[in-house]
Write a protein that binds this ligand. Structure first.
Ligand code: MN3
Length: 246
């Protein structure tokens, strides 16, 4: 991220926003982890990473106000609550990555499940969108999608249908299951395919669409389908093809 963009982002989302390297979903145990003055170092604080584009960059598919609130309030809120929940786990999750944390949760770990899921899911969401996005992948992934779903259009329809029919709040996913096969699934709330023992289909998420109303309601009101179609025009297939990096 260029410094100029960093300053712009930091200024827009407000002071106190923590910036993490792109390679990780958080700053666990990193040298630049935030220190709270007058307290012991917090070894397991997670941080939001920079968006990598401006709030207006995905417009008109996703409007700037939705982006600002979604990134700066909703996602930031999940990170703050995740860190708060971790402080009461007495070191149980020290030296554990976010992916490992989510894979090792019990269904009753409500705060970690909702807020750890929220942090992971949104990090993936921002990374897999880009202003110059495209509904069509290329190369190996396109071939694999065609082999798996019959055609690219059949994949797009299945993904969009999973997103449109998820009742209430949740996510739809393109994921790689534990056998290595591509699959389209959906999960409620902030659950995701990493949550072994909690969700039905487990594996690694490659692409996720947030269908909580906060992701689209300002611009699309109740027209979730229009938001889904717009989202699919802005997919960063390079990131999706590289696999889950969070
Ligand atoms: Mn959201």
């Amino acid at each position: 991220m260029k410094k100029r963009t960093f300053i712009k982002l930091a200024g827009t989302v407000g002071a106190g926003m923590m910036i993490a390297p792109l390679a990780s979903c958080g700053g666990k145990n990193s040298a630049d982890a935030p220190k709270v003055k007058g307290s012991k170092p917090q070894p397991f604080l997670f941080e939001q990473e920079p968006l990598g584009y401006d709030f207006a960059a995905l417009s008109p598919a996703i409007d700037p106000v939705t982006m600002e609130i979604h990134y700066g309030k909703h996602h930031a809120g999940y990170v703050a609550k995740l860190n708060r929940a971790l402080r009461s786990t007495e070191g149980k999750f020290d030296n554990v990555s976010l992916v490992e944390l989510l894979q090792g949760l019990n269904p009753s770990d409500t705060a970690l499940r909702n807020n750890g899921g929220g942090h992971y899911n949104h990090t993936l969401y921002w990374r897999t969108l880009t202003p110059g996005g495209s509904p069509r992948p290329e190369g190996d992934l396109e071939k694999e999608l065609v082999d798996t779903f019959g055609s690219l259009e059949a994949f797009q329809t299945e993904f969009a249908t999973a997103a449109a029919t998820r009742f209430g709040s949740g996510w739809a996913w393109l994921m790689r299951d534990n056998s290595g096969a591509l699959k389209v699934t959906s999960t409620p709330n902030q659950d995701n395919p990493l949550m072994t023992g909690i969700v039905e289909s487990t594996g690694r998420p490659l692409l996720g669409i947030d269908v909580w109303e906060h992701a689209y309601y300002l611009n699309y009101q109740n027209d979730r389908k229009a938001y889904i179609a717009a989202f699919m025009e802005r997919i960063n297939w390079d990131v999706v093809s590289a696999g889950d990096q969070a």
